[in-house]
Design a protein. Structure first.
Length: 155
């Protein structure tokens, strides 16, 4: 079994000059990136450790050139056969969630800033922490009393 290497480690190996040769190996479903490190070959892997396949040759080449700084590499397309490369719908959902979270964070920051500006403009309407706590306790006590009366009338 060929050893795998994750992108972060491959990046470090390439930066230190440890990668002797790189090639794109065609297989069913796409192209795998194979790096020669020392006397052994290592296949670029996903975060989970499975070999990473690229459906398009230019995507794999772009990763080698832009991410790893490797501009010269061999392409072996002898065993290449197009296939269904597993897409990452979980990543699409995560990116959508990240965008929604960023929009909500922006909304909260704007609202907080607006509230602070309004509080500065009208300091007489601002409650201290002590006053707010007292109001909450009084309201809670009033609700509890109503609940107690309702329970008593049902008995």
């Amino acid at each position: 079994m060929t050893a795998t290497v994750k992108l972060a480690t491959a990046r470090e190996l390439a930066q230190t000059g440890s990668v002797r040769r790189a090639s794109l190996l065609g297989q069913h479903g796409g192209y795998a990136i194979v790096l020669r490190v020392g006397m052994s070959d290592r296949v670029l892997a996903t975060k989970s450790g499975a070999p990473r396949l690229f459906a398009q040759l230019d995507r794999a080449a772009r990763l080698l050139r832009d991410e790893l700084g490797i501009a010269r590499f061999a392409v072996d397309a002898a065993n290449y056969a197009p296939g269904n490369v597993v897409r990452r719908p979980d990543r699409a959902a995560a990116l959508l969630q990240q965008a929604e979270d960023a929009a909500y964070t922006t909304f909260l920051c704007e609202r907080t800033e607006l509230a602070a500006t309004q509080a500065d403009a009208h300091p007489d309407t601002v409650l201290s922490n002590t006053d707010a706590g007292a109001r909450v306790k009084a309201h809670t006590a009033a609700l509890q009393a109503r609940l107690d009366r309702a329970v008593e009338t049902r008995r």
